[in-house]
Write a new protein. Structure first.
Length: 251
């Protein structure tokens, strides 16, 4: 018997989306995990970027217990979260031309590295330019987006293109335009977004694939452990020291 409360309906919707990405994005997840493993094995560095709430999924794979120590956050001042004041400034900065170029030029990212770009709509100037410029620098780009936005919205980039058009690999989160899973007759707007749940799960599936792929090749994946388990700090200290030249969140 299904739970028809708003909470139950939302959880059912999120579970349904997770089933879809598991089944429909399996090949893309495998390819993305392999790309990250290739990058690590070849001596490259890993970066993740997201703006606004899309940054939550990017941050979830950086300095993460159970995650790859080599994943670094590519931060753009003012757009990483909702802590900027006013919060609407972050949304405005996503539409500013040239910001991505300035950030990449001052970052440690270089040819041979890999960059994960998370943008639900993929329509704003910032993620599109980030992908274009990163590939021009010789980085491999994995885009995590809702492909539906490319057919149901208008691009805000001067080229008229979307994030998905400038990636080596694309992961489709399947989130409907508007990012709200529920409606009620007495509520004037749709509500209950699931993009963070689904996008975070997609990226953790990619990271799991990358770690297992490295292990299959006889390479110990540089994983972090929880600092709240005995021996965790010592373990992490060893990993951080061994890979210090490819980790930038310590400086």
């Amino acid at each position: 018997m299904s739970d028809r409360t708003p909470a139950g309906r939302f959880l059912d919707a999120a579970i349904g989306l997770l089933h879809r990405v598991r089944d429909e994005e399996a090949d893309s997840v495998a390819a993305a995990g392999t790309l990250l493993a290739d990058t690590v094995a070849d001596g490259g560095r890993l970066f993740a970027f997201g703006a606004g709430h899309s940054s939550l999924a990017a941050q979830d794979i950086v300095y993460r217990a159970g995650g790859l120590a080599l994943m670094n956050l590519l931060a753009v001042p003012g757009v990483v979260g909702v802590d900027v004041m006013p919060a609407t400034l972050g949304s405005a900065l996503e539409r500013v031309d040239g910001l991505a170029s300035a950030v990449l030029d001052s970052s440690p990212a270089r040819a041979g590295d890999a960059l994960v770009i998370v943008s639900l709509s993929g329509r704003n100037a910032l993620p599109v330019e980030m992908a274009v410029n990163a590939r021009a620098l010789g980085l491999k780009v994995i885009g995590v987006t809702s492909v539906a936005y490319a057919t149901e919205t208008t691009s805000r980039h001067v080229s008229g293109t979307y994030l998905k058009d400038h990636c080596d690999l694309v992961l489709d989160s399947k989130i409907a335009v508007g990012d709200a899973e529920l409606t009620l007759d007495n509520v004037p707007a749709p509500f209950a977004p699931a993009s963070t749940v689904v996008t975070t799960a997609l990226l953790q599936a990619v990271m799991a694939t990358a770690a297992a792929t490295l292990a299959d090749r006889g390479i110990e994946p540089p994983l972090l452990r929880s600092g709240n388990v005995d021996g965790g700090h010592d373990w992490n200290g060893r990993v951080l020291e061994q890979y210090g030249d490819r980790i930038f969140y310590r400086h």
